[in-house]
Design a protein around this ligand. Structure first.
Ligand SMILES: [Zn+2]
Length: 359
C-alpha cells in the first residue's frame, strides 16, 4: 500500500491537489457575495453593476447608537423588498436606551421583528468598547452582561453576530503615513487612540470579543475586517482553532492581507477555507450627508466599486505580481474550490441565504 500524502494522512483538505488543472473561474461567472456593504439609497446603476458582475451583497445597518437606525432600517428593507437577492439585510439595535429597564427584552423584540421581515444577522460596531459608557463613565465592553440575553437570543435563533469590534492595531500606534489606515485615522481622529489614556487596549477589546464566544459557544460570530487581527495571521488561526463558530470577513482589509507574504495568506485561506468570507465595505450613506448626492457622484461611486471589486478578484483569483493599493504584491491564485467557498458558499451557509439564481 502506498503511503498517503502527508497532508491527506493528517486529514487536512488539500484544495491545491483537488483543484489541480481546474481553470480559475471567470470573473462574472463566479457568484460573489459581498457580506459587508452599507448601501442606503436605491441607485439603479448599482443594481445594474451587481447584475453585470454577478455580485450580491449583505446590506449592513450600522451603527446603532447615533439616531439613524430607523432610517437605515427603512431603506435597507425597501431595497431588500425590491431586489431580495442583491440586498439581504443585517440589522442592528439601538444602544441609546441601554440604561432603561427592560432594555434586553425590548431589543430582542426589535430584532425578532427584523428577523420576521427577513434579516439574516445582527451587527455590533466598535462604538461598543470604544465609545459608549455606563452611568459611572466607564466604557461598556462588548462582553458586558448587558448584552448577554441578546447574544443568547441570537444563538437560539441561529442568527450570526456580525462583529466589528476594536480597530486595526494602528489605531493604538502613532499616526504613520505608511499605514494602510493613515487616511482613515487622519480624517477620523476620534478613532485614533494613540496618546489618549483611558481607552481600552486593542488586546482588551479582542479579549472581550473572544469572551462573548466563550460565554455563548453556539453563537456564530463573524469578525468583520479580519476580526481586527489584520496584523496577526497566527492570531486569526488561533481563534479559528479555539472557536468553531468564529468566521471572518476581509472587508476593507484586503490591503492588509496584500502586505503579508502571499504564501502565508494563501496557507491561511487553504487551511481555513470554510471560515473566511468576502467583503468590501462598500459605503453609500446619503442619509449622513448635508445635501443629497448628485447623479455624477452616484456614478462615480458605482465606477469606483466596479474597480475595487475587480482588483480584489485579481488579488484572490489571479496569479503573479500585481499592484494592490499602490504597492506590489503577489496574487494569491486560490484554487477554484476555495474561491467558491470564500466568494459565496460560506456566506450562503453562515447567513442561511435563500437560493440564489445566477443570471
Ligand atoms: Zn463596514
Amino acid at each position: 500500500m502506498r503511503p498517503l500524502p502527508f497532508a491527506l494522512a493528517l486529514g487536512v483538505l488539500v484544495p491545491t491537489i483537488a483543484a489541480a488543472g481546474e481553470p480559475v473561474p471567470a470573473y462574472a461567472e463566479l457568484l460573489k457575495i459581498d457580506v459587508h456593504s452599507h448601501i442606503f439609497e436605491d441607485v439603479p446603476a448599482l443594481h445594474a453593476l451587481f447584475r453585470k458582475i454577478n455580485m450580491h451583497t449583505i446590506n449592513v445597518c450600522v451603527p446603532g447608537g447615533d439616531g439613524h437606525l430607523a432610517t437605515m432600517d427603512r431603506i435597507a428593507f425597501e431595497l431588500y423588498g425590491q431586489h431580495p437577492e442583491l440586498y439581504p439585510v443585517t440589522t442592528t439595535f439601538d444602544l441609546r436606551p441601554r440604561d432603561e429597564p427592560g432594555y434586553a427584552a425590548s431589543t430582542i423584540a426589535w430584532l425578532d421583528r427584523a428577523f420576521a421581515r427577513g434579516a439574516v444577522a445582527v451587527k455590533i460596531w466598535k462604538e461598543v468598547g470604544m465609545e459608549i459608557k455606563d452611568r459611572n463613565g466607564k466604557f461598556i465592553l462588548p462582553d458586558d452582561p448587558l448584552f448577554d440575553p441578546i447574544y443568547a437570543h441570537l444563538a437560539k435563533r441561529g442568527k450570526p453576530l456580525h462583529a466589528h469590534l476594536a480597530e486595526p492595531i494602528d489605531a493604538w500606534r502613532p499616526l504613520d503615513p505608511d499605514s494602510p489606515h493613515y487616511g482613515y485615522y487622519s480624517q477620523n481622529p476620534q478613532w485614533h487612540l494613540y496618546g489618549k489614556p483611558g481607552y481600552p487596549s486593542h488586546e482588551a477589546l479582542i479579549a472581550a470579543r473572544d469572551h462573548i464566544m466563550k460565554k455563548h459557544p453556539t453563537l456564530v460570530v463573524v469578525g468583520a475586517h479580519l476580526g481586527s487581527l489584520e496584523h496577526d495571521l497566527e492570531g486569526i488561526a488561533a481563534r479559528f482553532e479555539r472557536f468553531p463558530n468564529f468566521y471572518i470577513d476581509v472587508a476593507a482589509r484586503t490591503r492588509n492581507l496584500a502586505r503579508h507574504p502571499s504564501e502565508k495568506v494563501r496557507a491561511l485561506f487553504l487551511k481555513y477555507s470554510d471560515r473566511i468570507m468576502y467583503g468590501l465595505d462598500a459605503s453609500w450613506i446619503p442619509h449622513r450627508r448635508d445635501a443629497p448626492p448628485t447623479n455624477a457622484q452616484r456614478q462615480g461611486h458605482v465606477n469606483s466599486l466596479e474597480l475595487r471589486y475587480r482588483t480584489d478578484f485579481d488579488y484572490y483569483a489571479g496569479q503573479g505580481e500585481m499592484t494592490y493599493n499602490g504597492r506590489k504584491t503577489e496574487a494569491l491564485k486560490l484554487p477554484r474550490e476555495v474561491l467558491e467557498k470564500f466568494y459565496h458558499a460560506n456566506a450562503e451557509r453562515v447567513f442561511k441565504l435563500g437560493p440564489t439564481v445566477t443570471p
